[in-house]
Design a binder for this molecule. Structure first.
Ligand code: DC
Length: 218
């Protein structure tokens, strides 16, 4: 078994930014499980499936293969052999992933892939259910969160920087909706594992959060 660090938390809490930096400092492999759900979501979107067409989503799962590769230390996501990394962060992909990740067949498809990655390597894995379901025996578990306002503002700044027009209130509403969906679904809902350390990054710098997590890994 590798050394396993689980980072869970709501959308926009900074999990991937933090996990990547901790991975660099500690020499772990960073595994972004949200990217896997997003990869499947791209498959459903490309088939013209609507998020509420559960039966079609379940059927489409059968001919989707999501794989993860590391090229120069950077995670690349492939869908049926096609590199789809550049599409992963699209809003429609995130929304589709949030809805379809509540479907048990979608989750079971990715669970084994995630557990296999952690079995043989030292990994820091982020998602919603890593500490509770995927890696219940992880060596370190962190629940990373921040206020809705902080998370919306970060997302707003990120989009503005890319020159994408957006509305802060709309982003806030979208985040609230996504939190609600992720926390109230029946299977593997987003929640803090009993043995996870809570880190609220609302008033912390990136470096402070990274240092706090690195300390937990010593
Ligand atoms: O972390 P993210 O925004 O890339 O995740 C996209 C969606 O995937 C998120 O709304 C919920 C789902 N997800 C999940 O259900 N379980 C995970 N371990 C990771 C993501």
């Amino acid at each position: 078994m590798g050394y396993n660090v689980a980072i869970d938390g709501p959308a926009g809490a900074g999990k991937s930014t933090i996990a990547k930096l901790v991975a660099q400092k500690k020499g772990y492999i960073y595994v972004d499980t949200g990217a896997m759900y997003r990869g499947l979501a791209i498959h459903f979107l490309d088939q013209g499936i609507q998020a509420n067409e559960t039966e079609k989503v379940i059927l489409a799962c059968q001919d989707a293969e999501v794989t993860i590769q590391y090229e120069n230390g950077v995670q690349q996501v492939y869908l049926n052999g096609r590199n789809i990394t550049s599409r992963l962060r699209d809003e429609e992909v995130g929304n589709m992933a949030s809805v379809t990740s509540a479907i048990p067949q979608v989750r079971s498809k990715l669970l084994e892939l995630q557990q296999n990655l952690a079995r043989t390597q030292n990994v820091i894995m982020d998602g919603r259910d890593i500490g509770t379901c995927v890696l219940p025996n992880a060596d370190v578990k962190v629940f990373l969160t921040a206020s809705v306002q902080t998370r919306a503002k970060r997302r707003y700044d990120e989009l503005c920087e890319k020159g994408i027009a957006c509305d802060l209130k709309e982003i806030e509403a979208d985040i609230e909706q996504r939190d609600h969906r992720d926390m109230t679904r029946e299977i593997a809902p987003l929640k803090q594992a009993e043995d996870a350390v809570l880190v609220d990054s609302s008033r912390m710098t990136i470096e402070e959060v990274v240092d706090a997590i690195v300390k937990l890994c010593e």
